[in-house]
Design a binder for this molecule. Sequence first.
Ligand code: AFP
Length: 314
Amino acid sequence: MNAERGKTRFQIDLRRYLREQSIDRDLIRLICEISDASKYIINSIRTGDLGVAGTSNLYGEKQLALDVLSDRIIQKRLKFSGVVANIVSEETPEIISVSEPSNRRYSVLFDPLDGSSLVDVNLAVGTIVSIYEGESVLQAGRNQVAALYILYGPRTTMVLSFGSGVHEFAMNQLMDYDLVTENLTMAGPARVYSPGGMRSRYSSGTEKFIQYIENTGAKLRYSGGFVPDINQVLIKRGGLFMYPHLTDSPQGKLRTLFELNPMAYLIEQAGGAASTGRQPILDVVPQAIDDRAPIFIGSKAEVAMAEKFIAEHG
Ligand code: AFP
């Protein structure tokens, strides 16, 4: 079914859609548990404490109360699913082995509330999830069996892939997700670009690339939230997000396991590309759960141009 954006043949909810695709019933269970968790996260965003939690995350960064609460909500649902072996959260500094009765089918890595520091200025934030078969959590992103993000904006939407294209769902008034668009594809040139990081710290190759993309007429769109910024690139069917290597941080800022791998999986499934500037993100074999990497992600032509400038100028 090729639902046009915003219209569907008839309202097909997430669970029914997944059953139609005849994917593994344990994976359906897992994805539906994550969608249920988002209902509680939305409530905590709207009414929760915006203050600090007084603790630090995997990267030693100060946690907000919302980070900790969102993390607990998702972990509880993953454990309840009965199909999860290991859990790794950006907000929890160790690998959690699920001891409850579980058939230990999948390992799940996630950022429970990416961009949480934007909530107090009322900008959009999101949940990012990466799913692998089995118990290993240090697999190349190419091994993912599914990935999704949930965007808490004016509307709450879920963008999901399980290896057969990328599909968008919107939360309805009953807080269930209905299919909005099937098979989102990155067809056109970059219409928008999102340049992360301090420009004064760009390498020569990145600086030449950003000058190139500015000259294409693409519009600068940068919210400081990875999920809404990537969503704009995808829904506009063309664009480029970058958080490059910087002179004072050669690995950039964004986290390989929790942010880059799931988004790279989704964008490649939609016909786009995602690179560190020197190799596809999905081919990077992570060495540790707190790995970071530079990223250029979006329309294939623009990602290829970024790689060209970096190959020639560093
Ligand atoms: P927080 O989760 O600490 O708010 O950071 C959000 C983020 O990891 C990602 O969502 C953004 O793309 C990126 O940081 C923005 O970083 P800058 O604030 O350096 O632009």
